[in-house]
Design a protein around this ligand. Structure first.
Ligand SMILES: [Cu+2]
Length: 143
């Protein structure tokens, strides 16, 4: 009987863990291959918040860069310019897109050259205190 309860507890625990991982989903994360010698990069991705609560993305870390920043583009004086933002709202049940001309993650101080096919590990820091790991693929977008 005890064994049965224990195995039920393990099943429930495993289910809870699995649930924690599907609450947020990162899709199509990529880094356009930076030109040779460039020490900056940018990450685009789609983040889906599968929970029924709004969450905020507070920051991103990656071991390929000395610093990451959340950025958006703003129109000012008829021109587009990038601006750092403190956080990005992830509305409940919706996709939030990081794409060219809009939200993006800046990678500053790249520690190595990024080439097409490389994988860039990302850690997303969320407002509920959790973190989420994702991988962005380096793509040659000039072709
Ligand atoms: Cu930027």
């Amino acid at each position: 009987m005890i064994m049965r309860w224990m195995s039920l507890a393990i099943v429930l625990f495993t289910a809870a863990l699995a649930l924690a991982h599907v609450q947020l989903e990162v899709r199509d994360a990529y880094v356009p291959q930076p030109p040779p010698g460039q020490t900056m990069g940018v990450v685009f991705m789609t983040v889906r918040n599968r929970t029924s609560n709004a969450l905020s993305l507070l920051g991103v870390r990656s071991d390929v860069a000395s610093k990451c920043e959340l950025h958006t583009h703003v129109h000012a004086d008829g021109r587009m310019r990038m601006e750092a933002v403190r956080s990005v709202l992830l509305p409940a049940g919706r996709d939030t897109e990081f794409r060219p001309g809009g939200l993006h993650v800046m990678l500053f101080g790249l520690k190595r050259a990024l080439r097409s096919g490389d994988q860039v590990p990302l850690t997303l820091e969320l407002s509920d205190g959790t973190t989420l790991r994702a991988v962005a693929n380096v793509r040659d977008t000039r072709r």
